[in-house]
Design a protein around this ligand. Structure first.
Ligand SMILES: Cc1cc2nc3c(=O)[nH]c(=O)nc-3n(C[C@H](O)[C@H](O)[C@H](O)COP(=O)(O)OP(=O)(O)OC[C@H]3O[C@@H](n4cnc5c(N)ncnc54)[C@H](O)[C@@H]3O)c2cc1C
Length: 412
């Protein structure tokens, strides 16, 4: 992996175009979709640069699921065994009350990963990110700790300005920079035009395994609400990932990058709750990988504008409630690169074909998030003794499975 930082000069590798149309591609974001796309574009002979806001591949994130078509893509990339090796291998989960008394326990499923014996792979987000970036290999140029400040395009290329590196021209730009995509803001306009807020916030961070969990998840639901907190042991039980959530009628006023303010909000909302939540919040203040964000979707009529195209959460975030953000990003990266190859770099044809292939799958998965939300709410109501439709209170894994499997990958 070639890396340059804000303090070093960019290599000239990415400026030398190989034969063929639109060979020089800049990707904004080295999350999940960015490195997966880089792998395929590099393999097809494109020259790829990735600009990533973090100073290195970003740490942290809860266990995320790789499913259906994304497993197929991983196999075609030759990384499926590595991904399976790093899976979190949960044994089961318990729900506890405010005093820590067990209310319910199962070894058949977990809250984060669904059925234990499913073929899906549950893996820590940072582990998956590393595996994909390593697979993309040394041919990719990385500009860590940097971000786009301007994007101007004409029929010959896209001129981009960086916060730290000198301005450069690429043939194509891909925004794979997540829910709060900078590329989307620069090219398509304000986030508010595309973001559909789902009424809750979710946070994730790492803490020591002081509860002595053995590949186990513990969750506590705050009384009277749908959300609370939980913890799972990871990395051979050497550490835990905590996650906590709360309902909020409106989007928070503070900036999504203002970590200190977000920590204060979370401590305020959940600090007075029972079980271990206050102690777990105590570990939050020093956590290097704290992440708190709104459950939200991105809905756009078009994912491209001229030579700029969006990928993954930037274009069609389905929210963690769908459990499908990772699968969408990986599958879509394969499709976008494949269509660029098939069109020999003709971005107009390729971007149209990418949308055509992915639109229905995105629609189904965004809908799935709302179905899951309704089920979580019904389950919470049932646990509080309210009348509820039991069919909606139990996760319908079969229906979700059909949606997840509904994207059939082409060969490119
Ligand atoms: C820290 C973190 C924790 C997460 N935790 C969970 C979780 O627990 N559960 C879950 O379901 N989903 C989680 N997600 C979202 C999940 O990873 C995505 O839904 C999914 O992986 C889609 O991937 P993506 O590549 O489209 O976006 P992401 O994985 O979000 O990657 C976007 C990348 O773009 C980078 N970036 C952002 N702004 C800029 C900028 N201005 N310039 C350059 N780069 C930029 C980010 O640092 C990140 O590396 C998390 C995302 C992040 C960033």
């Amino acid at each position: 992996m070639t890396t340059t930082t804000a303090t070093t000069t960019a290599t000239s590798a990415a400026t030398a175009a190989a034969p063929g149309r639109n060979r020089r591609v800049l990707i904004s974001g080295a999350g999940i979709g960015g490195p997966a796309l880089a792998y395929w574009l590099d393999r097809y002979g494109f020259t790829v640069t990735i600009v990533e806001a973090s100073p290195q591949l970003r740490p942290g994130g809860q266990a995320i699921d790789v499913r259906g078509p994304a497993l197929d893509v991983a196999a075609r990339m030759g990384v499926l065994d590595r991904i399976r090796d790093r899976r979190v291998r949960m044994r089961g989960m318990s729900m506890v009350d405010g005093d820590g008394k067990e209310l319910f326990s199962t070894t058949e499923r977990t809250i984060t990963g669904g059925e234990i014996d499913s073929p899906d792979v549950e893996i820590l987000r940072d582990d998956l990110c590393t595996i994909l970036a390593e697979a993309a290999g040394p041919g990719i140029e990385y500009l860590f700790g940097d971000s786009l400040t301007s994007v101007e395009q004409d029929e010959t290329g896209v001129r981009v300005g960086f916060r730290h590196h000198p301005a450069r021209t690429f043939d194509l730009v891909v925004g794979a920079d997540g829910l709060h995509s900078n590329t989307r803001k620069l090219v398509f306009g304000p986030e508010a035009d595309y973001l559909a807020y789902m009424g809750t916030y979710l946070s994730v961070w790492t803490m020591p395994n002081y509860l002595g969990l053995d590949r186990w998840q513990l969750f506590h639901q705050a009384p009277g609400g749908t959300w609370g907190g939980g913890v799972m042991s990871v990395r051979g039980n050497t550490e835990c990932r905590v996650y906590m959530g709360f309902e909020s009628a409106d989007l928070l006023a503070c900036d999504h990058r203002d970590t200190d303010a977000l920590k204060r909000v979370l401590a305020d909302r959940l600090g007075g709750q029972g079980w271990e939540l206050p102690r777990m919040l105590g570990h939050m203040w020093d956590a290097p990988d704290f992440h708190l964000d709104a459950m939200a979707q991105i809905r756009m009529d078009s994912w491209s504008s001229g030579r700029v195209v969006l990928l993954g959460d930037a274009a069609y975030c389905a929210s963690p409630l769908s459990g499908q953000g990772t699968t969408l990003a990986i599958a879509a990266a394969y499709v976008l690169a494949g269509e660029l190859k098939a069109a020999d770099g003709d971005h107009i044809a390729a971007f149209a074909a990418y949308e055509e292939e992915m639109r229905e799958y995105v629609r189904l998965n965004q809908e799935l998030a709302y179905t899951n939300k309704a089920r979580v709410e019904a389950q919470a109501a049932a646990e509080l003794g309210e009348d509820t439709d039991l069919d909606t209170a139990v996760p319908d894994f079969q229906e979700a499975g059909e949606i997840i499997a509904s994207l059939v990958l082409k060969d490119y």
